[in-house]
Design a protein around this ligand. Structure first.
Ligand SMILES: C[S@@+](CC[C@H](N)C(=O)[O-])C[C@H]1O[C@@H](n2cnc3c(N)ncnc32)[C@H](O)[C@@H]1O
Length: 276
């Protein structure tokens, strides 16, 4: 019997296609920062993301630099459980060399997860770890769904929150951080991306906000000091600047993260260890 294919993601879920398109483009780079052979097929299944090309151009290499940054953080953490919050079309479960016995949980909205599972099936993708998908809304009780799916709060965990917080209302973001912390035993790690208010208010970002607004994917929050924020939740955090990240990987600093062009506006890339 022919399977009924899920429809391509819309609304905020469609922003995942934008990131996958950046990763697919990186695949053609002579000195690529990572291998993501599934990204192009996922974008194709979603029906292309060319309407979001303007956002991708503005971001420069930011999406690929952040991908590599988080790849390195997750592999260095080497935890038995990895939770990728708002995973979108992330294919780390299929492309990173995980230590034996690693379980990767992927959380995202049910419609995105349904589409992704269909597309991965068609691409005959095989995970390189135990992989469990958890369809849920991160504004609701996702913690119960995660535990029901086999997550064990007593085991050390590496959490990834990439490209999520800006899309959540402030109270929902705070609740996510509260629950992540409550589910994390000492020594767990966390890596996240967020932005500060100056970044949200950059004139260069106006067109992005307009585009995302028409997609029902409005940015709703920011954080001034991620180290302090995470410290308040029991994490010891450090921030990596895109200047250092770009230098590490032999790339130009993306203009949108270059202090000479954007002043104090920041896209935060932070990594943390659970100390409480
Ligand atoms: C910019 S994409 C990032 C995807 C992925 N982390 C990456 O970097 O490739 C944002 C993701 O957040 C997800 N998302 C936004 N709001 C959500 C919510 N309330 N619950 C679950 N997922 C959500 C979207 O579906 C989308 O996949």
């Amino acid at each position: 019997m022919k399977r009924v294919l899920q429809r391509p993601p819309v609304g905020v879920a469609r922003t995942a296609v934008l990131i996958a398109a950046a990763r697919a483009q990186e695949q053609g780079h002579l000195r690529r920062l990572f291998d993501d052979p599934l990204a192009a097929g996922l974008v194709e299944a979603a029906g292309s993301a060319s309407d979001l090309n303007g956002v991708r151009t503005l971001a420069g290499d930011h999406f690929v630099l952040r991908t590599r940054y988080f790849d390195d953080e997750l592999l260095a953490a080497a935890k038995p459980q990895v939770v990728i919050m708002a995973a979108g079309l992330d294919t780390r479960a299929f492309r990173l060399q995980w230590p034996p016995g690693t379980t990767v949980f992927e959380l995202d909205l049910p419609e995105l997860v349904g589409f992704k599972e269909d597309a991965l099936h068609d691409l005959r993708a095989q995970p390189l770890c135990e992989r469990t998908v958890v369809p849920c809304d991160l504004r609701d009780d996702w913690a119960t769904a995660l535990i029901r799916a086999g997550f064990d709060p007593k085991r050390p965990t590496a959490w990834l929150l990439e490209g999520l917080f800006m899309f959540l209302p402030p109270d929902a973001g705070e609740q996510v951080m509260y629950l992540v912390s409550a589910l994390s035993t000492r020594g767990s790690t966390l890596a996240l991306e967020h932005v500060n208010r100056e970044f949200r208010e950059l004139p260069q970002m106006r067109a992005v906000h307009e585009r995302f607004g028409t997609m029902n994917a409005r940015w709703q929050s920011d954080v001034e000091d991620p180290v302090e924020w995470l410290g308040g939740h029991g994490w010891h955090a450090t921030v990596t600047h895109q200047i250092d990240l770009a230098a590490r990987h032999g790339r130009a600093v993306p203009a949108i993260t270059d202090p000479r062009k954007v002043g104090d506006a920041r896209i935060w890339l932070a990594s943390a260890v659970r100390t409480a």
